[in-house]
Design a protein. Structure first.
Length: 336
């Protein structure tokens, strides 16, 4: 029995020795590790897009649920388009979850596409995710159209960045009634960018029920809450001709809202500023309701709880409470 015990101990020591010599070790995923300390960051595709995040630090990236800023949630993908934008893509739902970019664009962005053949087609396959079978015609037969989470308009005058914006991984299904408001928001962001030396922007979509109680338009009866896209709604459930839908997307879950969060660091003697918008995904004609983006200004916490996209890096960076008066004073699109 003593001999068996000695053999067992010897074997355990041998396994321990081989394991330590092999260099195998357990790596714990850090929550918000520094750039120099994080082994996860070295493998993160966001490192190539560092400049789109605050202070050029990828650990300032948004997170989905409780994921790390340096890693995507679940089977999602983090994709980088250098000097243009970064996004997290929900592969199982053919939908980007968030996209981050900085305006104005980097000057060297104009030469980044010198080795690529730029096309004028509306959408094109993302070389980083060629398995994506989505096409420009995938939403035909539904009441929704393919819209860009990073609006191409924001990269006006830069054909390379606009080419990147037209990737299919930047496409999200949006009801035609919301499109005018989404485009209005893009024009306002563009106007603010022209007045800023640096403007950090994150756009995204939400899948929790829209918090209509927080907005006067619904409380006053101007907008009908029964027309809202509810959480968990599949495309086929609210399409006028579900039988004609593309089988690939008919069971995809629709966003309930779209958001934009803007952070303007201190510049020209003006303190840091932040503003957020949460636009309802509705089947009601917002144009006829005479609504504008200013009806849907929302605090950071409301955006987070509705979208499940969180901003731990931003919240640790800013001095609370943070002002938004610069955005209101310099708006080019007025409220109704």
């Amino acid at each position: 029995m003593i001999n068996r015990l000695l053999i067992s101990l010897s074997f355990s020591l041998l396994v321990l020795l081989l394991t330590s010599c092999s260099g195998v070790k357990e790596i714990h995923q850090p929550e918000h590790a520094s750039l120099s300390q994080s082994p996860v960051l070295q493998a993160s595709p966001l490192q190539e897009c560092a400049q789109v995040f605050i202070d050029s630090q990828p650990n300032m990236a948004p997170t989905v649920y409780d994921s790390s800023p340096l890693l995507p949630y679940g089977n999602n993908l983090q994709l980088c388009y250098p000097h243009a934008f970064a996004l997290e893509y929900w592969t199982g739902n053919h939908s980007p979850r968030w996209a981050a970019f900085t305006l104005p664009l980097s000057d060297n962005m104009l030469t980044e596409c010198s080795g690529e053949k730029l096309t004028e087609e509306r959408f094109h396959v993302d070389a980083q995710f060629p398995e994506n079978n989505l096409t420009a015609d995938s939403y035909q037969g539904s009441d929704f159209v393919p819209e860009l989470l990073v609006p191409e308009l924001l990269f006006e005058g830069n054909p390379c960045a606009q080419y990147h914006a037209r990737v299919l991984t930047n496409v999200t299904p949006q009801h035609q009634y919301l499109q005018p408001l989404w485009h209005e928001l893009a024009r306002q962001i563009q106007a603010w960018a022209k007045q800023s030396s640096k403007l950090y922007v994150v756009t995204g979509n939400a899948f929790q029920n829209f918090p209509y109680q927080a907005f006067e338009e619904f409380e006053q009866g101007k907008l009908n809450k029964d027309k809202l896209i509810l959480g968990g709604t599949r495309i086929a459930a609210v399409s006028s001709d579900p039988a004609s839908l593309n089988a690939m997307i008919k069971d995809d879950t629709l966003p309930t809202a779209y958001f934009a969060l803007l952070y303007r660091p201190e510049q020209n003697g003006i303190s840091e500023q932040m503003i957020g918008f949460l636009l309802p995904h509705t089947q009601q004609d917002l144009k006829l309701a005479n609504d504008s983006i200013w009806s849907f200004v929302a605090p950071l916490e409301t955006i987070e709880t509705t979208s499940d996209v969180y901003f731990p890096g931003l919240k640790s960076h800013i001095d609370a409470p943070i002002k938004s008066d610069w955005f209101f004073k310099n708006r080019s699109i007025r409220s109704n």
